[in-house]
Design a binder for this molecule. Structure first.
Ligand code: PBG
Length: 324
């Protein structure tokens, strides 16, 4: 390494043109994925209080938001559903005319350039709000696999490009892959929430998806926030079971995990900037304490620099517009 005064790093920081010339990391709209919340009805647009700018919408309104995002260059959308009715088993999850399934069909028809990804989980559909079936108060792993497979198949039948299991049951990627293949959906990809950490950052989302557990929490199935080695084991397991894209979630507080998973697996990697990360930025900006646009872009750039190929973020459409 040359030393000062021969080497002066500031020389290449002097103008924006020089900085742009040697910039190491770039964000592109096509790498961004926008989460959307589908509910029954027509002309429905209900704000989510803890996530300013985010709405639960009926399918007709959802298509408008997706089209606006696609026009800004956003690469894909990730769909969550708020069903008409919930029960112990979460049977609405595989209703072929549920809000997610109808949204997939509408998007494939009206906005074909978007990649359509569906979240596969039971928590939005069960009356108790847990991510699987309860047996004696505990989420039963193996019994849940069958239900997740039905849900994923229903999304594939609707035309989803990618199904994204977020439940954290052991063996679910393998179960879903064989269910899809068995039904001829060999080209439907799986984006697995591989290293999904339990914690407090999902709070606002649970308002948006109406999926707060009625008792207990998710620490019995989502990962302990302290564990990076385990995140790698989880990710390798999903890869061996057939995941096409792996995921780390949340993103901002887990940049070390993103960097390690990318370096050690080399797999296409998604990172989810979750509702709590989004809400903190929005709230501080509303108070005038931070510059919203700059913090938003810096938070996304950090996730990209850590190694994420795909970033799932509630800022997707807005960030894409700024990047054009
Ligand atoms: C479903 C699911 C959750 C999120 C994505 N899929 C909530 C949870 O696990 O409680 C969180 C997304 C966010 O906070 O933005 N299991």
């Amino acid at each position: 390494m040359p030393e000062f005064p021969a080497y002066r790093p500031r020389r290449l920081r002097r103008t924006e043109a020089l900085r742009a010339l040697v910039r190491e990391t770039r964000l592109s709209p096509s790498q961004l994925v926008l989460p959307l919340f589908a509910r029954p009805g027509q002309g429905v647009r209900q704000p989510v209080e803890s996530m300013p700018g985010v709405h639960q919408t009926s399918v007709d309104e959802l298509v408008k938001d997706a089209r606006a995002a696609a026009d800004a260059g956003v690469g894909g959308v990730l769909l969550f559903g708020i069903p008409e009715h919930k029960d112990e088993q979460g049977t609405s999850a595989w209703d072929d005319s549920g809000p997610v399934q109808r949204a997939v069909r509408a998007l494939k028809n009206d906005v074909p350039q978007l990649v359509v990804i569906t979240d596969v989980c039971m928590c939005e559909y069960t009356s108790h709000g847990h991510c699987g079936v309860l047996v004696n108060g505990d989420v039963d792993n193996d019994a849940t696999l069958e239900l997740l497979s039905r849900e994923a198949l229903s999304h594939a039948r609707a035309g989803a490009d990618i199904v994204a299991p977020s439940d954290m049951m052991d063996g679910r990627v393998g179960a879903i892959r064989s269910a899809l293949d068995g039904a001829g959906f060999t080209n439907t990809a799986i984006m697995s929430y591989s290293a999904k950490f339990a914690g407090a950052f999902y709070g606002p989302f649970r308002d948006a998806a109406e999926s707060t557990p009625q008792s207990g929490d998710r620490r019995g199935y989502q990962m302990d926030a302290a564990n990076a080695e385990e995140a790698l084991r989880e990710t390798w397991l999903d890869i061996e079971e057939g995941a096409d894209i792996v995921m780390v979630k949340p993103a901002g507080p887990y940049l070390d995990v993103i960097a390690r998973v990318k370096a050690e697996t080399g797999y296409p990697l998604a990172a989810y900037q979750v509702s709590g990360e989004f809400a903190m930025i929005q709230a501080a900006a509303e108070r005038g304490w931070i510059d919203r646009e700059r913090v938003m872009m810096e938070s996304l750039l950090g996730i990209r620099r850590a190694g994420a190929d795909v970033i799932i973020t509630y800022f997707a459409a807005e960030a894409a517009r700024l990047l054009r």
